[in-house]
Write a protein that binds this ligand. Structure first.
Ligand SMILES: Nc1ncnc2c1ncn2[C@@H]1O[C@H](COP(=O)(O)OP(=O)(O)OP(=O)(O)O)[C@@H](O)[C@H]1O
Length: 459
């Protein structure tokens, strides 16, 4: 039983939350952006020197009933967000919003469905995590209310990473939740899934719960998020996504994000978007890949690709290198032979047949150290590892979109990065696609004779 003093504190805190929620709702309603509007370019006023003063003014004015149009905000603390979320963002070092966050957050906060597109590494995760937390907070969501939000991700690792962002931003709130990934075991998950408010998972795992967990109930769902939406809506996940959509209410907010967003009317009809805001902040940009990314392609005979890779690694022993290969077999093979040859830099490998805990340990080690990681495309989308110097593609990606996601593991959020792709003459068709004007990929091609390559590998 709670002591009377603790009960009084809890009551006081609930009353404070209630006051803040009323203020936020009035502010969100009064200052909401009109449908179809974009934020104006940041003005001189938004310089760091007076930004904090301006943010304080905005909040003080809102408290006095004078609500600003938050659609023009440049900082998180100028938005109508709960103090708990603002404190968590500040502590995590997030102050200025990125372009996609500036454009998407005002619309998402006031309940619009959003179809968001922005380059890899540009901060899309916060653009959907913040609205999720704020919506549940304003709805006074508690453990008894059950599942209020589902965030779908194509892989377990990405689900785990998104959950860490939810935890970081929601750390002062009282929501329950988790990444529903293979780690815990389905039986343990079944016992607690109905008491979780925010689920982050792959479509497959969620369907397993719909099939096997007695009384699994999502009828109260408020928000559905699809990260890497174009992949979640493609044919590989089709049957699972159809089951999920048939089990959740249509009256909900839906947020779709990707660096290579779908515009297919069919896809959008499937998720029943209501007057969605199509927010593509880099649509007019001259490149589809990050500005700080240097990209290079080399044409080499198939049988020379591994020699080239070996020479490349030997010349970059002080770099963090992510190497993409197309199958588990290839990853294991290259990892094993290169390990025997001892290149002088730690080697690691990662693929979907590993246990989730092992994958997590490898990601953590790779984040910390200078090393080479051989990986399948399990790593291609979404994963945010700091300071990857090079992405090397030994096997040709099957689409331009996959190329964009693979190279997007470097040059993230204003950092610099480089990428190299080895293509054999039979794969030059992909090179044409990458070089096509509409792909907007500034790639340099080294087309010299392959046996003259060594000086080029000193890039
Ligand atoms: N406003 C911000 N200020 C500073 N850093 C930020 C901000 N927003 C995001 N970041 C950082 O930028 C990095 C990339 O963000 P995120 O993973 O959300 O990118 P993304 O757009 O989802 O990329 P991808 O398309 O590859 O999934 C992360 O390390 C994140 O912490």
């Amino acid at each position: 039983m709670r002591r009377p003093q603790r009960r009084a504190v809890a009551k006081q805190s609930r009353a404070k939350d209630g006051d803040e929620i009323r203020l936020l709702e009035a502010w969100i309603d009064a200052g909401k952006p009109l449908p179809g509007t974009k934020p104006p370019p940041p003005s001189e006023e938004s310089s760091a020197a007076n930004a904090r003063v301006r943010a304080r003014d905005v909040v003080a004015k809102a408290a006095a009933g004078d609500y600003s149009d938050y659609g023009a905000s440049t900082r998180f603390d100028e938005l109508p967000l709960s103090q708990k979320t603002k404190d968590a963002l500040r502590k995590a070092g997030y102050k200025e919003m990125s372009e996609i966050q500036r454009a998407a957050l005002p619309h998402a906060l006031c309940g619009h469905d959003v179809l968001g597109a922005a380059k890899t590494g540009s901060g899309k995760t916060l653009a959907f995590v913040i609205p999720v937390i704020e919506k549940l907070y304003r709805e006074k969501w508690s453990q008894e209310d059950g599942v209020g939000c589902i965030i779908l991700s194509p892989t377990n690792d990405l689900a785990g990473q998104i959950w860490e962002v939810v935890r970081k931003v929601g750390k002062h709130h009282n929501f329950s939740g988790g990444a529903i990934v293979k780690r815990t075991g389905i039986e343990q998950e079944k016992e607690r899934i109905n008491s979780l408010n925010i689920l982050v998972c792959t479509p497959g795992r969620l369907v397993q719960h719909f099939d096997e967990t007695p009384n699994f109930d999502c009828s109260n769902l408020q928000i559905l998020v699809l990260d890497e939406a174009d992949q979640i809506l493609d044919k590989n996940f089709k049957s699972q996504v159809d089951i999920i959509l048939s089990q959740i209410p249509k009256a909900r907010q839906t947020l779709l994000f990707s660096a290579t967003q779908t515009k297919s009317v069919k896809d959008l009809a499937r998720v029943s978007l209501k007057n969605p805001e199509y927010i593509s902040v880099h649509e007019q940009a001259s490149t589809a890949t990050p500005d700080n990314l240097e990209q290079c392609a080399m044409i080499v005979p198939l049988e020379q690709k591994l020699n080239m890779l070996w020479s490349f690694i030997k010349r970059h022993l002080k770099s963090k290198i992510l190497v993409f290969l197309s199958s588990v077999k290839q990853v294991k093979f290259v990892y094993e032979i290169f390990k025997k040859l001892r290149p002088g830099i730690p080697l690691k490998c990662m693929h979907g047949r590993m246990k989730y805990e092992v994958q997590q340990a490898i990601v953590a080690e790779f984040s910390e150290s200078t090393s080479v990681l051989f990986s399948t495309d399990i790593f291609a989308r979404g994963l945010d590892i700091g300071n990857v110097d090079w992405v090397v593609q030994v096997d040709c990606p099957e689409s331009v979109a996959l190329y964009i996601h693979r190279v997007g593991r470097t040059a993230r959020y204003n950092k610099k990065g480089k990428s190299l792709i080895f293509l054999c003459p039979q794969e030059e068709r992909m090179l044409e696609k990458l070089k096509a004007t509409e792909s907007k990929i500034p790639i340099n091609v080294r087309n010299q004779k392959w046996n003259n390559w060594s000086r080029y590998l000193r890039m």
